[in-house]
Design a protein around this ligand. Sequence first.
Ligand code: NAD
Length: 361
Amino acid sequence: MTKKIAVLPGDGIGPEIVAEALKVLDCLKAEFGLQWETEPALIGGAAYDATGTPFPAETLALTQQADSILLGAVGGTKWESLDYSVRPERGLLGLRSELELFANLRPAILYPQLVAASTLKPEVVSGLDIMILRELTGGIYFGKPRGRRINEQGEREGFNTLVYSESEIRRIAHIGFQIARKRNQRLCSVDKANVLECTELWREVVIEVGQEYPDVTLSHMYVDNAAMQLVRNPKQFDVMLTDNLFGDILSDCAAMLSGSIGMLPSASLDKHGKGLYEPIHGSAPDIAGRGIANPIATILSLAMMLRYSFDDEINARRVEQAVIAALDAGYRTADIDCEGARKVGTAQMGDAIVAALRASH
Ligand code: NAD
């Protein structure tokens, strides 16, 4: 049956990197018989410029009907002075919450070809393969009350609320245990239970859910220690389960372990496995329009789409192997460049991956 993919290129380097993922998709259709159709829509600053809102109703309708969503990135300096309610990032937050994409999967893998691109010592990071699972629709980013006010002393004051219900914790914990089951059966839940009541409940509920998964070894770590351990000895982790705020920070930290933020894909899933797939990086305004952005994170996001939304492990691996083959052949964008490499731009990297994919047929 034909699958419908909503394609939201967004802002900055978004359209450049999404174009390369679409080349890979076209190749999968032509060479491996995938029956997918794509339909583009606006989001973020591009949507604001065209319609006055970063998340137009047509985009919501398309993403609701589609089987899956591929997104580039949103945001940029041009829109930074806008009111919060219409900033590009609100479009993305709106999409995640409207579709209830509560489970954010962020793998951090260090390909052996890129060991030199990491800022950490090779023995600390080589062979790294961890999965950070971040709760995405709850916690302090959405908790109410929130805002700014003048307090009784006449001072400006800002406030946000960290809140999680038991059911929100339970559903993300189940996903964490299920992912760990398919990997190395180890789940480390990250919290700050020594200080925050909300995360004390988080730990309690994760332990309860863990009783249904006796084959998975559960451990707990305070977030400050987790940040330290991620750079000290990241290979100790298999799956890390985090709330929204801690996951945001830790996954960017893990991104650096793997050489470049341009290498890391992500998936955000709803309870039926429908997903939004996007690179973890932003719109990189500093390099937008120059044709030098790394498209690999977006292409690997497409591979995650095949695996998690369409249960197509064979083609997911084909795409991942094609990325490895392009790296093996020495192709490098500027962010992962090294001595002796074949330095290429965004489109040439996409072409190299497509050529490797075609050659694997
Ligand atoms: P960023 O991820 O856009 O860029 C950080 C650094 O990484 C920059 O030096 C950039 O050039 C580099 N970089 C990012 N992606 C790259 C790629 N594919 N290839 C090579 N280099 C790459 O983060 P930022 O600069 O903090 O944010 C820029 C804008 O993006 C802001 O408006 C921010 O709100 C937005 N943002 C959006 C998302 C998203 O759409 N999911 C995520 C993070 C930030």
